[in-house]
Design a protein around this ligand. Structure first.
Ligand code: ZN
Length: 292
């Protein structure tokens, strides 16, 4: 009897106490949420999160094997409904699956933002359609499909790429020349031609290129599937493969691409999903504070 009790106590002490929290349980479409797992003892394996048939590996911050996190995007076109999220981890060699209910809610973005541009930039010619598709394929190959498995921000918070007025928010529903409807995939900042643009965080330049819609654009890899990009630039100050520091000048603003006037279009792609760039920075900075 005594031995059984002793064994029970021993096996219980071998189990780690695990605490799982979410940055949000009601998540707006087009935004990012974080899953945070904290254990009282070190874990032998990195936990995973399974969400909408996709597996996301959780990462340590500052190499602490008691604390893990992952940032998960909600697509702008996601259905507004309840979803199940599963956190899978090993505890004392036993695989534990914990289900958590979340809800995707309406981001309540502005409707009917009217934009006037040249005719050929709304109804694309065949040549421009092919160009646009080629560009996306190149960006996918060189940028979005390459996941750096560690944090390139070096535990640094995100800041805005320019100190200026926001002229159009992420998510606004747009009507171009009274026709094509789409949504605004980034945040626009007022910037006259030649204004310095700064990296919003530490990272590595994944690509610089000229695109039909975005004009001259710089993509910065922040690691773990997170990329910021800066569009309609006049000039580039960095090249592919170059390490950049937060606040470093990466180029100057301009009016290249499909545009009505000079400005900076600042955008963010997480696990190949476009999300609100400023909200990503907010949730990232919030999680970072938990670890300090
Ligand atoms: Zn924009």
């Amino acid at each position: 009897m005594k031995l059984v009790i002793l064994l029970l106590i021993l096996s219980n002490t071998l189990f780690s106490k695990i605490n799982i929290t979410l940055s949000h349980t009601n998540i707006k479409h087009g935004t990012t949420f974080a899953v945070i797992l904290q254990s009282d003892t070190k874990l032998s394996h990195a936990p995973n999160v399974i969400f909408k048939n996709k597996t996301y590996q959780m990462f340590t911050i500052q190499g602490n094997t008691k604390k893990y996190t992952v940032f998960i995007p909600i697509d702008y076109h996601a259905k507004l409904q309840k979803e199940n999220l599963q956190v899978k981890y090993k505890n004392n060699f036993k695989t534990i699956k914990k289900n958590i209910a979340i809800e995707i809610i309406d981001g309540k973005y502005k409707q009917n933002e009217i934009i006037k541009v040249f005719k050929g930039q709304v109804t694309l010619s065949n040549k421009n359609k092919i160009r646009s598709q080629k560009e996306y394929n190149s960006v996918y190959k060189n940028v979005y499909s390459k996941i750096t498995p560690y944090d390139l921000t070096k535990n640094s918070s995100f800041k805005y790429p320019i100190k200026s007025q926001i002229t159009s928010n992420y998510g606004n529903a747009r009507i171009y020349n009274g026709k094509t409807k789409s949504y605004h995939s980034g945040t626009d900042f007022r910037a006259k031609i030649g204004t310095n643009i700064y990296a919003s965080n530490n990272g590595v330049v994944a690509l610089t290129m000229n695109r039909f819609y975005l004009g001259n654009v710089v993509y910065i890899d922040h690691g773990r599937g997170a990329f910021s990009y800066y569009a309609h630039l006049n000039t580039f100050s960095v090249n592919k493969g170059k390490k950049v520091k937060k606040g470093q000048i990466i180029g100057t603003s301009g009016k290249t691409g499909r545009i009505t006037g000079p400005h900076l279009h600042y955008a963010f792609r997480l696990h190949n999903t476009t999300v609100d760039p400023l909200q990503y920075g907010e949730v990232y900075n919030k999680v970072l504070k938990l670890y300090q």
